[in-house]
Design a protein around this ligand. Structure first.
Ligand code: FCB
Length: 453
């Protein structure tokens, strides 16, 4: 049967994971402690006090996991490398065993004809650097360049796709602002220099990666929601603008040469988050941040509806009431495929990146294997089908979307939710480490084979 939705030739169908969420082996073979190790080991931070100590035991089972990817016919795999596994103190002495692990992984992927996409920072900062002050300090941005240099020197011949940071907004606002993520600090006046040093380290690292890996493509991954106001009141509309400003424009605008958005600077001033103004921005920084990139990575999951005039007058994001699993995932995130068409069009027409990847999109449902080992996760199939169709509409409208990474290959450690949220297209039994292809994985395999559906 002919496809209803056919994707461009060489479209990169992939899946994504992150080191802390799947690897385990948190203290094996010379790995240093990360901020997430420290955060999860401190009781009260994570649901059920879960940790990533073992996670999917991918550090040991990586070969099996590549086998699964091969079975699915994946064209690409986005994973992150653990900075403290490679540079246990964040800088200086290299852990050869860490390099060996990722070297085997990269070779295994290439042998399976799967294009590796490396994310250098998916949040697990070396705790040693955090002890000095973490991303609040400029010296952490310098250490990141050393790490990017090591990685691109070692793997640049084999890896041609690099992502500097994953969702720097989450690190800045949730890691240092609200404290829901590592390192768990709760001070918005720290979040602003953190955001700046993340962006600065991105800008500094891009030319280093290019130098070490000619023809490599380099980008950054930002999270983006489809924000709409609950009403046409000025207050609701304003709330959409500011939240989008803080979570998306604060990062996208500087990367694309517009500097920090002035409306959001004013808002931060009003909130007392800039006690010393923007004194962390030094001469030349903004130029470094606009270093041209080859692609923009976008992580999209949901729509946010903003209502300011709530009964207690507390501005908040309100989601339409949960109803059925067809429009609501177990994360409590509304399902809104049109939002994906919306954000892709918006990001392309506003910033004109040469190409875009959906670097994450997926859904949490806890469906488990039946007695025959079948995982009938039809809600996830629906989620993916409707979002792929939404991406297709964006391509038809002219968005240069070059690939799509489903979050996630495996069920894994979902940050502060621990193991209670399952995003995988492969089910993981955490007791036995047995993997089961969910129906969504089998369906995805067909999509990849036909380059559409
Ligand atoms: C994103 C993260 C990813 C995963 C998904 C559900 O914000 O980048 O690691 O947790 O959300």
């Amino acid at each position: 049967m002919a496809n209803k939705f056919s994707f461009p030739e060489n479209f990169l169908w992939g899946t994504a994971t992150a080191s802390y969420q799947i690897e385990g082996a948190w203290n094996k073979h010379g790995k240093g402690e990360s901020t997430w190790d420290r955060f999860a080991h401190t009781p009260g931070h994570i649901k059920n006090n879960d940790t990533g100590d073992v996670a999917d035991d991918h550090y040991r089972l990586w070969k099996k996991d590549i086998g699964l990817m091969k079975k699915l016919g994946l064209k690409a795999y986005r994973f992150s490398t653990s900075w403290p596994r490679l540079l246990p103190a964040g800088r200086g002495k290299v852990n050869q065993k860490g390099l060996d692990f990722y070297s085997k992984l990269v070779d295994g992927l290439l042998d399976a004809n799967i294009v590796p996409f490396i994310t250098l920072d998916h949040w697990d900062l070396p705790q040693k650097l955090e002890d000095e002050g973490g991303w609040v300090l400029r010296s952490t941005a310098e250490a990141f360049v050393e790490y990017a240099d090591l990685m691109s020197r070692t793997f640049g011949d084999r890896v041609k796709n690099w992502i500097t940071h994953n969702e720097p907004a989450v690190v800045a606002w949730m890691g240092y602002g609200t404290g829901q993520h590592a390192p768990g600090l709760k001070d918005y006046s720290l979040s602003l220099p953190v955001a700046h040093h993340l962006l600065l380290s991105h800008g500094w690292a891009v030319p280093v990666i290019r130098r070490n890996s000619p023809k490599a493509e380099v980008g950054i991954t930002l999270n983006i929601a489809w924000g709409v106001a609950a009403s046409n009141s000025r207050a609701d509309l304003n709330s959409v603008r500011l939240d989008d400003g803080q979570w998306f424009r604060w990062f996208a605008d500087p990367v694309y040469g517009r500097g920090y958005p002035s409306d959001v600077v004013l808002d931060f001033e009003k909130r007392g988050a800039l006690p010393n103004g923007m004194n962390f921005v030094q001469a030349g920084d903004m130029d470094a941040i606009v270093t041209p990139t080859d692609f923009l990575g976008l992580n999209y999951y949901s729509r946010h509806v903003y209502r300011v005039n709530t009964p207690d007058n507390d501005p908040q994001i309100v989601f339409p009431k949960p109803t059925t699993p067809e429009n609501w995932t177990e994360m409590g995130w509304e399902i809104h495929p049109d939002g994906l068409t919306g954000i892709l069009g918006r990001a392309y027409f506003n910033y004109q990146p040469p190409k875009i990847y959906v670097t994450e999109n997926g859904a949490s449902y806890s469906t488990s294997p039946d007695e025959k080992g079948i995982v009938a996760d039809e809600h996830r199939v629906n989620y993916l089908r409707t979002h792929f169709a939404a991406a297709h509409r964006a391509i038809q409208a002219g968005v240069p979307l070059a690939g799509y990474f489903v979050w996630s290959l495996l069920d894994n450690f979902e940050w502060s939710h621990g193991y209670t949220q399952r995003f995988g297209i492969v089910y993981v039994d955490y007791e036995t480490q047995k993997r089961y292809l969910k129906d969504s994985a089998k369906w995805y395999k067909g999509v990849i084979k036909k380059n559409g559906f």
